[in-house]
Design a protein around this ligand. Structure first.
Ligand code: NAD
Ligand code: MN
Length: 359
């Protein structure tokens, strides 16, 4: 039996509420299955650590995570520290240090959840967005000169490499192939961005030749937003650049009912390094410390973590328990129009696991 070594990094704001809840749910899962074992180690990195040490994580932080099988992350973002410091100092440091180049974001409307899409039948919206997570518009290249003067100039330079684009598009084709519809939409903007995005399109065409069993099409990013709203059932797996997929996936989360539900994985498909799973929401300053945070996004992220570490049966059991709880409106948190607390939702999922139909 393999013991899965999991690092937990709650980070800031409601991350400190939802990550312990996620750990509780994983422990409840293990308590009902003798073949499932975890060894957790918690890391107190983030805004409080920054106030004590002047940095978001220790210098040897990556080395301390390197031997883990996976990371469960909360959120980086503190009301008193600039966002680019918290983001680049912790979350992006881990994503880039471990070359987690595929950011995978599944979206579905879970039972009991009300979607703002009024003409959408359950099952019409079942997507996985694959986001390029290592370069592109968020490569960090650029600069600012003559600050404060009328001739001030600033650039953020998009960097796309053939190897970077090829590996993410290949990953998306492979993922599309594992899903029932075997369908991929490649999102582009090659009409207006005539260099990198044209290369992106060309690479999609050449990679597609290795996947004759996957049906694929191309959509410009602006048209993709309208298609997500008007014809959700025509989409399945979607691949897009760092910036485009960032925006599309927040739209996807909102269409599926709430930002508080949506999960994501920052994945190193080659498994050279641990991959990191997290809810897509941030620190939610407006509700932090009040016990109101929806933990479902973290639980669903834990499902992705279980799939990644080779525990598909445990992943399905946890997903079934989550869906049993979302189906009951009395267990909805405030973001879903209910009044349940983080603690009540967490206990309900733990109970559903205990009472569940284990083998
Ligand atoms: P946010 O996701 O923190 O909050 C947006 C809105 O959604 C808020 O009204 C919040 O209350 C609500 N919300 C979010 N998650 C919720 C949950 N689980 N349950 C109930 N309601 C929830 O986004 P923001 O306000 O733009 O950012 C706040 C801070 O978080 C910033 O510092 C930002 O940089 C950071 N952030 C971090 C990450 C990350 O670490 N991955 C992602 C997004 C934002
Ligand atoms: Mn985002």
């Amino acid at each position: 039996m393999k013991i899965h070594r999991i690092a937990t990094i709650p980070g800031d704001g409601i991350g400190k509420e939802v990550v312990p809840a996620g750990r509780r749910v994983l422990e409840a899962l293990a308590a009902t299955d003798p073949a499932l074992r975890f060894e957790f180690e918690d890391f107190d990195w983030g805004g409080d650590y920054y106030r004590r040490h002047g940095r978001m994580m220790p210098e040897d932080g990556l080395d301390r995570l390197r031997g883990k099988d996976a990371i469960l992350f909360g959120s980086a973002g503190d009301p008193d520290i600039p966002d680019h410091v918290t983001l680049w100092g912790l979350r992006l440091r881990i994503c880039q240090g471990f070359d987690q180049y595929a950011n995978v974001r599944p979206t579905r409307i879970l039972p009991g959840i009300d979607s703002p899409l009024k003409r959408c039948a359950p099952g019409d919206l079942d997507w996985v967005i694959v986001r390029e997570n290592s370069e592109g518009e968020y490569s960090g290249a650029g600069g600012r000169v003559h600050q404060g003067f009328p001739n001030e100039a600033a650039t953020d330079v998009t960097i796309m490499t053939r190897s970077g684009v090829e590996r993410i598009i290949r990953y998306a084709f492979e993922l599309a192939r594992t899903r029932p519809r075997k369908q991929l939409t490649v999102v582009s903007k090659s009409n207006a961005q005539r260099h990198a995005m044209v290369m992106w399109d060309e690479i999609a065409v050449s990679v597609s030749r290795d996947f004759p069993d996957v049906k694929w099409d191309k959509e410009l990013v602006d048209a993709a937003t309208a298609r997500m709203v008007n014809r959700p059932a025509t989409l399945d797996t979607i691949v897009a650049t760092n910036l485009h997929a960032d925006i599309l996936s927040d739209l996807a989360a909102a269409l599926a009912g709430s930002l508080g539900i949506a999960p994501t994985g920052n994945i190193d498909p080659q498994r050279r390094f641990p991959s990191m799973f997290e809810p897509i929401h941030g620190s939610a300053f407006d509700i932090m410390g009040k016990g109101l945070a929806n933990p479902v996004g973290t639980f669903w992220s834990a499902v992705m973590l279980l799939e990644h570490v080779g525990e598909p049966a445990a992943a399905s059991r946890l997903m079934a328990a989550i869906e049993k709880v979302t189906a009951d409106p009395s267990l909805h948190t405030r973001d879903l129009g209910g009044s349940a607390t983080t603690e009540q939702v967490t206990s309900a999922v733990c109970n559903a696991l205990g009472a569940g139909s284990h083998r």
